[in-house]
Design a binder for this molecule. Structure first.
Ligand SMILES: [Zn+2]
Length: 299
């Protein structure tokens, strides 16, 4: 399948060529509809319907915005407390007025810091979080926003199938086991659209990766959110080989943790993974039409 994936890469300055490609594609669709070749109905629909997975640049932290082919929305994490306004600005920029699903992968500030304000301001359908608490103001503030909104938290855990868009499969493959380690309690989400796939790992570390491997879940994915901002505690070789991604995204900004670590970068290089990073590329979007990926970077 990998070899069939063609890739269009461009930055914002290539917007003109993007428009040209879109015009060509819509031209093809029209032709197919008029000529009515056998079996083209689904393909022409696929060409216009795209799953967008946007790795928002929130500095040192993580946030992924997903927009489905039919316009459903999902937000996984929302960066740190100082990114609250930036999160609201992003949502406005992408035209998001409602979040059908919100997932707080685990209760660390660099993931849930911005979630309280998002929930205060945006209509939310469902919210998922793992069964672990943090004794912090950030976590308490999130719980308060959830309560004020009248939402009930659903437990994020392996085996869940999330109803989101009928053409997109969304499942949780982690956390497999209860742990008192917040990172290893991270909700790990797998998203499949047609022949394309994404694995979004939160800050899951080697213990969680081992549990996921042992669970027998299908971990294969073309796009991998590199665990824990590229820390050496994550992305073990056995996990990486099982996922066998073509693209890796590291959500990282200025930090004193040494993220991403040279060990992980070297491991990714050796496995032939093409790496995108928020600190180098700004916001990274990897969209899919079900067959091919369209990668857009802010810089
Ligand atoms: Zn983190």
């Amino acid at each position: 399948m990998k070899k069939l994936n063609s890739i269009f890469k461009f930055n914002l300055t290539s917007f003109v060529s993007f428009v040209a490609i879109m015009l060509m594609l819509s031209g093809c669709t029209l032709e197919w509809e008029m000529g009515d070749p056998p079996g083209s109905g689904n393909a022409s629909r696929m060409n216009s319907d795209r799953l967008r997975v946007i790795f928002l640049d929130v500095g040192q932290g993580a946030s992924q915005l997903l927009i489905s082919p039919s316009g459903k929305t999902m937000l996984i994490d929302a960066g740190n407390n100082d990114r609250e306004q930036a999160m609201l600005d992003y949502l406005r920029e992408y035209g998001v007025t409602r979040l059908d699903i919100v997932i707080g992968t685990h209760p660390d500030a660099d993931h849930i810091g911005g979630l309280d304000r998002v929930i205060d301001h945006i209509d939310v359908g469902e919210i998922y979080m793992p069964k672990i608490q943090a004794n912090t103001k950030t976590f308490e503030s999130l719980l308060l926003s959830i309560k004020n909104k009248g939402l009930k938290v659903k437990t994020a855990k392996a085996g869940l199938v999330l109803e989101w868009d009928e053409d997109v499969e969304v499942t949780m493959v982690g956390p497999v086991k209860a742990s008192d380690d917040r990172n290893n309690m991270s909700a790990v989400v797998k998203v499949v659209y047609g022949n394309t796939s994404y694995l979004l790992t939160g800050d899951a570390e080697r213990a969680s990766e081992k549990d996921m491997l042992e669970s027998g879940a299908d971990l294969r994915a073309d796009v991998l959110l590199i665990g824990h901002h590229g820390s050496k505690s994550s992305t073990t070789l056995s996990f990486l080989k099982k996922v066998a991604p073509q693209y890796g995204v590291i959500q990282v900004g200025d930090n004193n943790y040494g993220h991403p670590t040279p060990t992980v970068l070297e491991r990714l290089r050796k496995q032939g993974v093409e790496v995108y990073r928020n600190d180098l590329h700004g916001t990274v979007e990897i969209a899919s039409d079900g067959h091919t990926y369209l990668i857009t970077t802010e810089r």
